[in-house]
Design a binder for this molecule. Structure first.
Ligand SMILES: NC(=O)c1ccc[n+]([C@@H]2O[C@H](COP(=O)([O-])OP(=O)(O)OC[C@H]3O[C@@H](n4cnc5c(N)ncnc54)[C@H](OP(=O)(O)O)[C@@H]3O)[C@@H](O)[C@H]2O)c1
Length: 321
């Protein structure tokens, strides 16, 4: 990407999108185009077409999506499949129609089968049944990957997909019903510490294994891939690239580490009536490593940075929710 190129980050207020904006600015890009979902609802095909007509971005990072944790995915599957299909269809089609030079679509590791071989290689996509609690979301994300592949195959569009693992970092969602595991733990342990609780409830059994990546590391990987040559991405078949830390942890280990970083010293009360989701999910990052990228932020350091950000925003956050 040329330094003055017009770059559209769809979903710039989100965890992934805000990290992408920081990474782009950090790399000297100032011509970054953003719209929030009130200014531009990407489910609206006519509005999305008018936006591309008017703005003509050269590069697109598609990080806008209807996102949520197990509870939200399990409760609102129609919303998750509808909104995500609509956003992907509108943005990918308009990007092609308007000659966008490159588009990176952000998928999610939940696209891989529930009982997938570990660590998960990109080629395991569509090799088995999905996890039931978020299958509607996963199907929409798989459709996004296939959209990019199809527009590349039929039209030669330089569109490709990345599959980030579980992300955390500045600007995360700390809603106790709809958040992912790590931000939920940060909030619960913070409140447990502040209220001097003797125990804090943690969802599930603690046994599932996951890998966690700091959002700024994920963004750096996306920018790195966006700048790769056609030969490295398209000619070598790297149109789907996992982005992960390469290491996994049990939720119990994660909870204990988070409690320690925050300084919560009470008990952890595991509520195993809440769903665990996929038993183990760790992405194989051989493809990304071979392209020359590695993460920089260790889990403990990343949790500390995320907690600092949470503290800055916490009072406002609680008032708004
Ligand atoms: N968080 C993770 O752990 C994780 C892991 C792997 C992959 N990902 C992927 O990364 C992408 C973004 O996730 P995230 O965690 O950053 O989500 P997020 O924090 O919930 O942010 C989602 C963003 O999408 C925008 N958006 C939602 N609906 C929209 C609509 N109808 N029109 C326009 N914009 C809309 C939101 O805009 P407003 O703020 O303006 O409403 C927001 O900026 C997703 O594709 C997700 O699958 C995330």
């Amino acid at each position: 990407m040329e330094k003055n190129a017009k770059i559209y980050v769809a979903g710039h207020r989100g965890l992934a999108g805000s990290a992408l904006c920081r990474a782009l600015r950090g790399a000297g890009h100032e011509n970054i185009l953003t719209k929030n979902s009130v200014e531009l609802d990407l489910r609206d095909g006519t509005a999305t077409a008018a936006f591309f007509d008017r703005e003509r971005p050269e590069y697109v990072f598609l990080a806008a999506a209807k996102v949520g944790g197990i509870h939200a995915n399990n409760t609102y599957p129609a919303t998750f499949i509808h909104d995500n299909l609509a956003i992907e269809l509108n943005v990918v089609h308009q990007a092609w129609t308007h000659g966008v030079k490159r588009l990176v679509f952000l998928g999610s590791s939940c696209v891989y089968p529930r009982d997938c071989r570990q660590p998960i290689k990109e080629e395991y996509l569509l090799s088995g049944p999905l996890e039931k609690t978020n299958d509607a979301y996963a199907i929409a994300k798989i459709a996004g990957i296939k959209l990019c592949e199809a527009y590349h195959r039929q039209h030669g569009a330089k569109f490709f997909s990345v599959m980030p693992t579980n992300l955390y970092g500045p600007g995360d969602n700390y809603d106790l019903e709809n958040s992912h595991v790590l931000p939920a733990l940060i909030r619960k342990f913070h409140e447990g510490k502040r209220e001097r609780k003797t125990a804090v409830e943690v969802w599930g059994s603690g046994s599932p294994r996951r890998d966690f990546l700091f959002s700024d590391d994920m963004a750096a990987a996306c920018v790195f891939l966006m700048n790769m040559s056609d030969a490295m991405i398209f000619e070598q078949g790297n149109t789907l690239v996992n982005i992960g830390s390469g290491a996994d942890h049990t939720i119990r280990e994660l909870a204990e580490l988070t409690a320690r970083v925050i300084g919560y010293t009470g008990d952890l009360a595991w509520n195993s009536s809440k769903p665990d989701g996929t038993p183990k999910k760790c992405l194989d990052v051989t493809r990304l490593s071979a392209l020359g990228w590695a993460p920089r932020v260790a889990l403990e350091d990343g949790i500390r940075i995320a907690y600092d950000d949470f503290l800055k925003r916490y009072e406002n956050y609680v008032k708004m929710n």
